[in-house]
Write a protein that binds this ligand. Structure first.
Ligand SMILES: C[S@@+](CC[C@H](N)C(=O)[O-])C[C@H]1O[C@@H](n2cnc3c(N)ncnc32)[C@H](O)[C@@H]1O
Length: 336
């Protein structure tokens, strides 16, 4: 899902969230992004073994299981315990064809073989957060969330974002906002956080969003909330997202059979750059420096491109504005 605008509430995937923004009980849905393109590119065949490394509301997983009927199997992962519970209910009709694990996909290379998915035909990753997480005020992902600023996908471990804001030095906070958010006013925002926390803790999403809005100059035209980049940076840091993405991508080389496909949906330039570089590097043969006349690296291509990256149609963006920043990249494992 897009991190562009955590104010929106998306649709699709059906569940009732516990503590919603505004306190209202309402049906929350998460529409699977580019679902047609994902299934067409992954091309899951009946009887095949597939991994969905980011179950969320299991919208994509359900389609992949339908496409692999009657006997294809799917290993579904999510770091978020609530996503596993939700997905188990949605996928119950597939019975023993589904195996679910609450785990970070950074551990995929160990988890998949243990679950009987050591050699698979497809690996799908839909990065970022789901609508269920976004609207839950206890999680702190949305700008208006009044609960504690948490932002962990896996609520059972790690440090909530509020802890980082309470303890990090201004220089370190600024570096984080620059590195993971490409935030132009990083220093100014970091200093305002440190000044503010001397008398008032910056411990909710609502307080942080208001603080950033005060700290930065008002933009001439506003497409996104001024705190978007700061929220993105904190979320990436709290979940160590980019490191886990590198590990998850590397696992595809071990787990995919020749002809098996890797399909990744990313939502901002930092994650897309990692996916793009990984796929490009693994499509190359020799990676010796240019001044070396004869290859000494022995590097062989391990992936084959499945064409240019894809973006959602205008119709999908109108129906589901959250899909607007999505980019799909795909590659196929080739035999060594
Ligand atoms: C965009 S949602 C997936 C939505 C899903 N494709 C659907 O159709 O409902 C991303 C999910 O990935 C999970 N996630 C993000 N990073 C993860 C990681 N490193 N390991 C495991 N799960 C992760 C989040 O908790 C979230 O539930």
């Amino acid at each position: 899902m897009s991190t562009d605008d955590p104010l929106d509430v998306a649709d699709g995937g059906k569940a009732t969230a516990g503590s919603l923004e505004g306190g209202a009980e309402q049906e929350v849905r998460h529409l699977p992004v580019m679902a047609g393109e994902v299934v067409a590119t992954l091309a899951p065949r009946p009887g095949s073994l597939q991994i969905d490394a980011t179950l969320g509301g299991a919208g994509h997983a359900e389609r992949i299981l339908d496409a692999t009927s009657p006997d294809g199997r799917l290993l579904g992962l999510d770091a978020d315990p609530a996503a596993i519970i939700r997905s188990a209910a949605r996928l119950a009709r597939f019975g023993a064809r589904v195996v679910l694990r609450q785990v970070n996909f950074g551990e995929l290379v160990d988890v998949a073989p243990e679950a009987g998915f050591g050699h698979v035909d497809g690996l799908f990753m839909d990065l970022g957060l789901s609508s269920f997480q976004l609207v839950d005020v206890e999680r702190g992902f949305g700008f208006r969330a009044g609960g504690r600023l948490d932002m962990r996908f896996d609520t059972t471990q790690g440090r909530p974002a509020a802890d980082l804001l309470a303890t990090m030095e201004a220089d370190d906070l600024a570096a984080l906002f620059r590195k993971h958010g490409e935030e132009p006013f990083a220093g100014r925002i970091a200093r305002t956080i440190v000044e503010t926390r001397r008398h008032t803790p910056v411990d909710t999403a609502e307080k942080l969003a208001a603080l950033v809005e005060r700290a930065v100059p008002a933009p001439k035209a506003r497409r996104t909330h001024p705190a978007t980049r700061v929220f993105q940076a904190l979320r990436i840091a709290v979940n160590d997202e980019l490191v886990n993405l590198e590990s998850g991508l590397a696992a595809s080389l071990v787990l995919l059979r020749p002809g098996g496909r890797l399909v990744v949906l990313s939502y901002h330039s930092l994650e897309d750059r990692i996916v793009k570089r990984f796929m490009a590097a693994e499509q190359r043969g020799c990676v010796c420096p240019i001044e070396v006349p004869v290859c000494i690296c022995g590097h062989q291509p391990r992936l084959r491109s499945l064409g240019k990256s894809q973006v959602p149609s205008n119709e999908e963006i109108s129906a589901n504005p959250r899909s607007r920043s999505a980019r799909l990249r795909a590659a196929e494992r080739v035999a060594a």
